[in-house]
Each structure stands twice: as C-alpha cells, then as structure tokens.
Unconditional design. Structure first.
Length: 107
C-alpha cells in the first residue's frame, strides 16, 4: 500500500515508502512530530520502519542518509574525522552525542 505525503514542501506527493529509502533522516524527524497522529497510516509505517530511535542518520556529506552504525563498520576513520572536525564539534552536538552512544554500545 502506498501512502502519499500530502503535506510539507520537500516530499509532498511522494510515497512515504520512497521517502523512507531516500531520506531516512527526514522520516525520523517526521516520526517525532505530534501532528503526525493526524496521518495514522504514515505514522504506523514510520513507527514500524524506524523502531530504533537511537539510530542517527547523516544529513550531509559523503555518507548522507547512512546511519552511524553503517559508517563505523565500513569507514571507522570517518567517525574519527567527525569527532575531530571543528565544524562538527562547534555546530553538530547531535552527531557527537550519537557517536558517543554508539561507542558505548558497539565498540
């Protein structure tokens, strides 16, 4: 069953299934919006697809739309790069927090 997104600008008239594949970080954000309860089919799909709230998906760079667990398993040096990068340290505390959680659970 295809559920079309009928709101917003960036993914309007796209199926939630396609958006989940192409832009998971948007879907994780969307899943947390209180007004999504007005769109129960989309909410149910996102709840099932993104059960693990601890996953962090990159929203930019060479690993855009990949989660940190995938990145750490394929390119651990990139995780170190993120931790040492001034821009990330100054502007992206959510990435550093997610890396810290990942290191405590998986490393």
């Amino acid at each position: 069953m295809t559920n079309l997104i009928q709101f917003g600008k960036s993914h309007k008239n796209q199926s939630i299934e396609d958006v989940a594949e192409s832009d998971p970080s948007y879907c994780i954000w969307l899943r947390k919006q209180p007004w999504l309860s007005n769109h129960i089919e989309i909410k149910n799909f996102l709840d099932k697809k993104f059960q693990n709230d601890n996953e962090f998906y990159m929203r930019w760079g060479k690993y855009k739309n990949k989660n940190l667990k995938y990145i750490s398993s394929t390119d651990p040096k990139y995780i170190e790069y993120l931790k040492e990068n001034k821009f990330v340290r100054d502007s992206c505390p959510d990435i550093l927090e997610a890396i810290s959680v990942l290191e405590k659970t998986d490393f």
